[in-house]
Design a protein around this ligand. Structure first.
Ligand SMILES: Cc1ncc(COP(=O)(O)O)c(C=O)c1O
Length: 391
């Protein structure tokens, strides 16, 4: 079995043949020579310590029951301190299998059946599933598109909460997928005020928070004064280190009451993290800071490169420079892509993007393109899109 190349820092190269051979959701689903840019997963690997630790465990046959989940909270606290200057209490951190599991657990633990959940669209599609799959109501707090990009409207949130006293939970995507928008400190302070006035639980999904680009800063929700008594932050190493298949995440509860509430959903129902996921995540958090700086440098250069190429070669396709992460939210409306813009684009270009309408209101005519790959592949994607749309 070929071993993947191990590099101390991310390398601007993707071995597509190896990717297709090894498989996985991103590289298998569309098959052939389709270029996958649809799932929010980068192709740039993980710090070497991850594979080293996993190999050690495999070689040692470490496949039994485990207690490694107990170490995940402390490892996250070390990472949060190093990367975000935030020192969460490890005793208030619950390991989970994935971030969505943490969100669903919060809904179960902290809201009544008739409560409503607020989120702002366009948004990562599973957020839209949270109310219907848990029997709660959905309340949309739409983002606003301006000449310079997407924005939050905090006054609209205020009016919305005043009009609907049944709202019990505010689900934040912080930073935002698919627009890359990063909340400012003033906005977070205002959200804490509003959540206090309307007795809301805030669930802050910070899975993209390590990947904030120069010019913006991630401010963890739980560092905002007053947030701790009503916030649970859910996050993981999955976006930073491309560990989505390994199943390990954390729910950081703001205080002991929230921790008790979260833990009241039986572990048997919640499930738990996989040992390999815990070990890989701990290795990444404990050794991956310089590696993450390298990744960020690459992604920063990619976002500019993509933005510049589209502006020069496809000016009718609108893209705002994302403040975070490795996805670009592209407005294809000038081409009238129809009801399924991703399918339309895939057929014309051989590039598989995320389908805008699945991100809810605001998603019509859009696709989401994952640029977390090599410069070479990114250029091939743009070449194909330019030729497909203009050729
Ligand atoms: C905002 C957001 N939350 C959660 C997830 C998924 O996390 P997990 O696989 O840990 O549930 C993603 C993946 O794209 C995401 O973008």
């Amino acid at each position: 079995m070929p071993q993947p190349d191990i590099h101390p820092l991310p390398v601007d190269h993707v071995d597509t043949a190896a990717r297709r051979r090894i498989g996985g959701l991103k590289w298998h689903l569309n098959g052939g020579d389709m270029l996958p840019a649809w799932v929010a997963e980068h192709d740039l690997g993980a710090p070497p310590a991850v594979a080293e630790r996993l190999r050690e465990l495999v070689d040692g046959g470490a496949f039994g029951y485990h207690t490694t989940g107990d170490e995940v909270g402390a490892a996250f606290a070390r990472w949060a301190k190093t990367r975000h200057g935030w020192a969460p209490d490890p005793d208030l951190i619950v390991p989970t299998a994935n971030v969505l599991q943490g969100i669903w657990t919060c809904i179960e633990a902290f809201t009544d059946r008739d409560a409503a959940i607020v989120y702002s669209t366009p948004v990562y599609p599973p957020f839209l599933d949270a109310p219907p799959t848990t029997g709660r109501r959905a309340v949309d707090w739409p983002m606003v598109r301006t000449e310079s990009g997407w924005r939050y409207d905090l006054d609209a949130l205020k009016h919305l909460l005043e009009a609907d006293p049944g709202v019990g939970l505010l689900l934040l995507c912080h930073p935002q997928n698919p627009t890359g928008l990063v909340f400012t400190e003033d906005q977070l302070v205002r959200i804490v005020e509003l959540s206090d006035e309307h007795d809301l639980l805030v669930v802050s999904d910070e899975i993209h928070s390590d990947l904030v680009h120069p010019g913006s800063t991630h401010i963890p929700m739980l560092t905002i004064p007053g947030a701790s008594s009503r916030t649970v932050t859910v996050t993981s190493g999955v976006k930073t280190f491309a560990l989505g298949g390994l199943r390990c995440a954390v729910a950081v509860c703001g205080d002991e009451l929230l921790h008790a509430g979260f833990s009241s959903v039986p572990a048997e129902l919640r499930g738990g993290p996989n040992r390999m996921g815990c070990e890989a995540t701990i290795a990444a958090w404990d050794t991956g800071s310089a590696w993450t700086d390298g990744l960020l440098a690459l992604l920063d250069s990619h976002r500019h490169h993509l933005h510049e190429r589209l502006a020069a070669e496809l000016p009718e396709v609108a893209m705002f420079l994302p403040q975070s992460t490795f996805v670009a939210w592209l407005d294809m409306s000038a081409h009238e892509p129809g009801e399924n813009p991703a399918r339309w684009l895939r057929r014309l270009t051989g590039v598989a993007c995320g389908n805008g309408p699945e991100f809810g209101p605001g998603g019509a005519d859009h696709v989401r393109l994952t640029f977390g790959t090599s410069t070479e592949l990114l250029d091939e994607m743009v070449d194909r899109i330019v030729t497909g749309l203009h050729g």
